[in-house]
Design a protein. Structure first.
Length: 418
């Protein structure tokens, strides 16, 4: 019966279903990985001994972890298995095959060694063979040991160079020679013209080193040439930066004003319960509304140097000066609420204005209820601020949690032997 109730409870809550599905999936993955990792068995050789298979790559060394049981002792040991070495005949065949393959590899983006116009790919090893390669050139003026062509040394008819590849496997060596004709790259008509202009300028610079000026050619190969400084565009960067900066200033100023307005309203809402309580206290002591208002303002002016500027009290000072200047008291209170721009202050100003017209009977009780509501609102606002602060802390907490997951899970995955 209890089991039935438990199953009904699980079915009615989707969270339990998701949790159960996740657990079942983890169990299935655990079984698959466990079987995969532990399904390997050692092979048996001709004489009945256990054997480890060597890699076909002669230059590769593989580490394998095995469990050894001997004389009541059980230990894990790491054994290094070298790749299968070549016999003399196999090595000769490998060298021949590697040399034939090397001729295709070194071409790179060229079509043949008779027409080399781009860098050669002089590799240092032939993959999956364990054979390394070193190179010797009979002419390092047009090409370096890495196969990079020196463009400045090329001639139009091309330069024939001999490349000697030294193929090495352990202590064995084999030599293979290749001949390549290095030619200048194919150029368009405009590229050829620019090349000749550069040659002319270099020669002119060499011939006029003792003079104050470098003469530029007016004509090359019958083509007239005009010279001028290129248009500099760095001024646009200043314009873009200035425009971006101006936009940022406008946006930041608008944002600053919004934040300042938000801060003022929050401050005014925070001060409201205190103002109401003081007002109610002075009314209870027998003061008039006007006298209570002036007392609150003067008390604020005395403490202003310590407490700092408070917007709600500043608006009360302005209202006091209006009343002292002869403005209608009720109207001044209503304008006070409108200037504050917050519903509770508008309500407060309207309440004072109405009670001046109808009489102050019951005003103290209404202000008492208003003070209670304001205090409750302040408590709720404090709770909300605490929740917002907690929400803001969630981002760094999730970042730290992600880092912890990476630190824990990544090494675990790398330790899995496939």
């Amino acid at each position: 019966m209890k089991l039935k109730k438990m199953l009904e409870k699980v079915r009615s809550n989707p969270v339990y279903i998701k949790a159960a599905a996740l657990f079942i999936l983890s169990v299935i993955l655990f079984i698959c990985v466990y079987i995969w990792d532990n399904s390997r068995t050692l092979k048996t050789g001709r004489n009945g001994q256990k054997v480890l298979e060597r890699s076909e790559n002669a230059g590769e060394k593989e580490k394998q972890e095995l469990k050894v049981k001997a004389g009541g002792t059980e230990e894990s040991v790491n054994i290094t298995v070298s790749g299968k070495a070549y016999s003399t005949e196999e090595l000769r065949e490998k060298f021949e095959k590697a040399a034939d393959e090397l001729e295709k590899i070194i071409l790179g983006e060229n079509d043949s060694l008779d027409d080399v116009r781009r860098d050669l790919n002089l590799v240092n090893e032939i993959l999956d063979t364990g054979i390394t390669v070193s190179w010797e050139l009979d002419n390092y003026d047009v090409m370096d040991i890495r196969g990079k062509i020196r463009q400045e040394k090329l001639v139009q008819d091309g330069t024939l160079i001999r490349l000697t590849a030294v193929l090495m496997y352990e202590d064995e060596k084999a030599y293979r020679e290749f001949y390549a004709r290095i030619l200048p790259p194919h150029m368009s008509r405009s590229e050829k013209l620019i090349s000749k202009i550069n040659e002319y300028v270099l020669q002119s610079d060499e011939d006029t080193k003792t003079e104050d000026y470098l003469p530029l050619p007016d004509k090359v190969d019958g083509v007239e040439i005009e010279w001028e400084y290129p248009v500099s565009t760095r001024a646009f960067a200043i314009l873009i930066l200035g425009a971006g900066g101006a936009c940022m200033v406008c946006v930041s100023d608008r944002q600053r004003k919004k934040e300042e307005e938000k801060r003022k309203k929050y401050q005014m809402k925070t001060d409201y319960p205190q103002i109401i309580n003081k007002f109610n206290l002075y009314l209870g002591a027998g003061m008039t509304v006007r006298r209570a208002w002036f007392c609150i303002v003067r008390d604020y002016e005395k403490k202003k140097s310590k407490t700092g500027k408070r917007q709600a009290y500043e608006e009360m000072i302005y209202t006091m000066h209006q009343i002292q200047s002869g403005a209608a008291e009720g109207e001044a209170y209503e304008k006070f609420g409108s200037r504050c721009g917050i519903s509770i202050y508008r309500k407060f100003g309207t309440l004072l204005s109405q009670n001046l017209r109808k009489g102050s009977k019951g005003l103290s009780a209404m202000l008492g209820r208003e003070a209670e509501e304001a205090f409750e609102e302040r408590v709720n606002r404090a709770k909300k601020s605490g929740e917002e602060a907690g929400t803001k802390l969630m981002i760094p907490m999730f970042m730290m949690l992600s880092i912890v997951f990476v630190i824990v899970i990544v090494p675990a995955f790398f330790s899995i032997q496939i």
